[in-house]
Design a protein around this ligand. Structure first.
Ligand code: PLP
Length: 398
């Protein structure tokens, strides 16, 4: 009809209201139950949720806590990491990975990432161990970034050779499986998870959890999250107050039942984008963005046998155009984010560690080229079509 306004398709980076609308009828009664019970801290809801996650993740034990940052801190503390120790982690991750190391008085040792997966690079890990400055390494902490498993075979082999434990930062990766189909958070000594609302399993506030297959570590983390207390008012060691509350556990229990369906939705959206971008002349992220063809790179699909849960879907465009591409997407009402604009070794607060720009080049380049686009399971076909078409059109005009 002449003069009729075309409907604007808005696509936020994440739409939690859309998700809530589908589960409101399940959530409201359990919230009411918790309120009626007036049992807010720990208790049966928390224990039930811990058992459900342990079963879901195929782990022997799951221990809830206040958030994913504390989960890392409690895991490291349970392994005896403290002042003067060094912990190796990737430089391209959310701040909490290294912040939690620092909070224990230990020092993060940063290593580079694989340019195709953005996960800890085993060669860079080996180089760190060969460096005379890093003689006090007491743990390795790979991150299953964006919902894709680290190359655990290689990381665990190096850890075994060096005699140090591995803590898997799986904050973005509940349900992710490695090449052998093993859920992350099982092969290292401890796995740590976050239920920050934007995560694939997100609470109505903060929440976190540790998984382990070691009964002693599970018991120790269970004490440490509650001031190191056992029995009541007796403290053999100092812990902290980092408990998961019953309202969060109740919400998360309901949401966990939907997680596999939501993951399937994320994977379907990712497959759509992969095919669309390939058709348009783009390529997977194992091809550098300046190697020819359309300068658009999409996440390298998971290795055979592995399960990528696409907590994020991150594309790459040339650094010189990244911010303009983002701005243009925003003008078309498409939400994006940069995960992460500054690698941790270049952060002001870690200046004293003495890393020079250029030393971890893959992470530094990724920080300039990456953009996360909407991938959440409730995306409509029209929304994802709008995202894919807009991105290709914008990149073609570069
Ligand atoms: C890789 C990684 N580690 C740790 C965390 C910390 O989790 P939380 O925000 O629950 O403290 C996050 C959350 O954003 C994360 O993405």
């Amino acid at each position: 009809m002449p003069g009729a306004a075309t409907a604007v398709i808005e696509v936020p980076l994440l739409d939690l209201k859309a998700q809530y609308a589908t589960i409101r009828h399940e959530i409201e009664p359990v919230l009411r139950d918790v309120v009626e019970s007036q049992y807010f801290i720990m208790g049966p809801r928390v224990s039930a949720f811990e058992e459900e996650v342990a079963r879901y993740n195929r782990s022997r034990f799951a221990v809830g806590c206040a958030n994913g940052s504390d989960a890392i801190l409690l895991a490291l503390q349970a392994l005896g990491i403290g002042p003067g120790d060094q912990v190796i982690c990737p430089t391209y991750t959310f701040f909490a990975t290294a912040g939690s190391v620092h909070r224990l008085g230990a020092k993060p040792v940063f290593v580079d990432v694989d340019p195709a997966t953005y996960n800890m690079c085993p060669e860079s890990l080996e180089r760190a161990f060969a460096c005379p400055n890093f003689r006090k390494v007491k743990a390795i902490m790979p991150v299953h970034l964006f919902g894709q498993s680290v190359d655990l075979d290689r990381v665990l082999a190096i850890a075994k050779a060096k005699g140090v434990p591995v803590v898997e930062d799986a904050a973005q990766a509940l349900g992710t499986e490695d090449r052998d189909g093993i859920r992350v958070g099982n092969r290292g000594a401890i796995g740590t998870f976050s239920f920050f609302p934007s995560k694939n399993l997100g609470g109505f506030g903060d929440g976190g959890l540790m998984t382990t297959n070691d009964a002693d570590l599970a018991a120790r983390m269970g004490r440490l999250r509650n001031h190191g207390m056992e029995p009541k008012y007796y403290h053999a060691e100092v812990g902290m107050n980092s408990r998961l509350d019953a309202l969060q556990a109740a919400v998360l229990s309901v949401k966990l039942r939907h997680l596999d369906a939501w993951t399937a939705g994320r994977q379907k959206n990712a497959a759509f984008y992969d095919a669309f971008f390939t058709e348009a002349g783009g390529a997977a992220s194992d091809v550098p963005v300046d190697a020819g063809g359309l300068p658009l790179r999409f996440p390298k699909p998971a290795a055979r046998g592995a399960r990528h849960i696409y907590n994020q879907y991150v594309v790459r465009v040339p650094a010189a155009h990244r911010d303009a591409v983002r701005k243009e997407l925003s003008a078309r009402k498409i939400g994006t984010e940069i995960y992460y604009p500054l690698p941790l070794h270049m952060q002001e607060c870690f200046k004293h560690l003495g890393y020079e720009p250029g030393v971890l080049p893959h992470a530094e380049r990724a920080a300039l080229e990456t953009i996360a686009i909407p991938i959440y399971p409730d995306l409509t076909e029209a929304q994802r079509q709008h995202v894919a078409e807009s991105l290709v059109e914008i990149v073609k005009a570069i």
